[in-house]
Design a protein around this ligand. Structure first.
Ligand SMILES: [Zn+2]
Length: 213
C-alpha cells in the first residue's frame, strides 16, 4: 500500500499581538548568540490588525488551493510558547512548514514612503545556512507576485542578519512588509478588505510558485 504524503503546509505568522509585558522581554537573536533583542516592539500603529486580516485571507486562498495552513495567531493575541520571535519560528519548525510567511506592515517618520518589500535571512553558518537559498527563492517569487497583484511600488528584497524569527527558523522563512501604515493612502488601502484580498492573492500565488518548484 502506498500512503499519499500530506499536502505541503504554509505557516503564516501575522506579526505582533504579543502582550506588552512579554513583548518587552529580550531573547537572543540566534541560537547561542549574546545579542539580545526585545520579543515584540508592537509594530506600526494599527499594524497588528492589518497583519492578521491579510493572514486570514491568505489562509482562505491557500486552503482553497489544497495546501495545509498553520497560523502563529488567529486572534489579536500571540501567546504560543514564551511569546517571542523564537517561539514563532519554533512553531513553524514544528509544523515542518514548506514556508514560513511572516506578514507585517511598515511604519516610518517620512509619511511619503510607500510600497511593498520582502525581507529574507542573510547567510549565517549554523543559523540560516540550511534555509538561505530556498528563502531567497521564496522572497523573489512572493515579492514579484504581490507587486503584480497589488500594483504597489516595488521596494525589492532586503537581506537581514538581525531578525530573530529568521535566525531560529529551520524552514524557509521570509517577511513581507505589505505597505506603510504611516503613508495615509497606503494605510487606507491596507485597512480595506478589497486591497487585503489583493495582497493575499499575491502572497498565495508567490507561495504556491515557490512550493511547486
Ligand atoms: Zn511589524
Amino acid at each position: 500500500m502506498i500512503l499519499a504524503s500530506p499536502p505541503p503546509l504554509v505557516c503564516l505568522d501575522p506579526g505582533h499581538g504579543t502582550p506588552p509585558a512579554i513583548g518587552r522581554q529580550a531573547e537572543p537573536i540566534g541560537p547561542g548568540s549574546g545579542v539580545l533583542k526585545i520579543k515584540d516592539g508592537g509594530g506600526a500603529s494599527g499594524e497588528a490588525v492589518v497583519n492578521l486580516a491579510i493572514a486570514k485571507k491568505t489562509r482562505t486562498l491557500l486552503l482553497r488551493r489544497g495546501y495545509r495552513v498553520a497560523m502563529t495567531r488567529t486572534g489579536p493575541v500571540f501567546s504560543y510558547g514564551n511569546g517571542g520571535n523564537i517561539a514563532r519560528a519554533q512553531f513553524c519548525n514544528r509544523q515542518h512548514a514548506a514556508l514560513m510567511l511572516r506578514i507585517h506592515a511598515d511604519g516610518a517618520n517620512d509619511r511619503s514612503l510607500r510600497g511593498f518589500a520582502t525581507l529574507y535571512p542573510a547567510w549565517h553558518k549554523g543559523w540560516t545556512d540550511d534555509i538561505y537559498t530556498r528563502s531567497l527563492k521564496a522572497a523573489r517569487l512572493v515579492q514579484a507576485a504581490t507587486v503584480r497583484s497589488t500594483g504597489a511600488a516595488d521596494r525589492g528584497l532586503v537581506k537581514r542578519t538581525d531578525l530573530t524569527g529568521f535566525n531560529w527558523a529551520n524552514v524557509p522563512a521570509i517577511l513581507t512588509e505589505c505597505g506603510f501604515m504611516s503613508n495615509p493612502t497606503e494605510r487606507r488601502l491596507l485597512q480595506s478588505s478589497a486591497y487585503e484580498w489583493k495582497v493575499a492573492r499575491g502572497l498565495t500565488a508567490g507561495s504556491a510558485a515557490f512550493i511547486s518548484r
